[in-house]
Design a protein around this ligand. Structure first.
Ligand SMILES: [Zn+2]
Ligand SMILES: [Zn+2]
Length: 139
């Protein structure tokens, strides 16, 4: 997805495209589907923009998460962030625990019959499904 589409989405949700938000997005776009830690993102922003506060970066990351353009996960206790390829659709990913690259899965477990049967009388708001392991180049 192009940078402009993410920017449109931010504006459509009533937020401004500040220089830091722009910089965060282009950093993610350069990571090619990888999950990145807030630490490495902040390291990049500090090189680029000087003194950047941890709080502001976190606030922007969680704002992006709230408006549905960033996915958050935790690998070995560390919070990792990933820029979604599509807005307003959910994705399920394989995550390489070594290089943190992702591969999108072509399935959603919620669409499987076995889930329907066991949750017949429930109301479901959300779900999460992630697969962890080593990608072919890390094996
Ligand atoms: Zn890997
Ligand atoms: Zn799903």
């Amino acid at each position: 997805m192009k940078l402009e589409l993410y920017l449109d989405h931010i504006k459509a949700n009533g937020y401004k495209c500040t220089p830091q938000r722009l910089n965060i997005l282009s950093y993610f776009m350069g990571q090619k589907n990888k999950f990145v830690s807030a630490k490495s993102l902040i390291g990049h922003l500090r090189k680029d923009m000087g003194n950047v506060s941890f709080d502001t970066v976190y606030r922007n990351l969680y704002l992006f998460k709230d408006i549905g353009i960033i996915e958050l996960t935790s690998v070995n206790g560390e919070n990792l962030f990933h820029l979604k390829n599509k807005i307003n659709t959910h994705e399920h990913l394989f995550i390489c625990t070594e290089c943190r690259k992702t591969t999108e899965l072509n399935l959603c477990p919620m669409e499987m019959e076995v889930m329907d049967a066991s949750l017949n009388d429930y109301v479901i708001y959300d779900h999460k499904f992630e697969v962890y392991g080593l990608c072919p180049s890390c094996l």
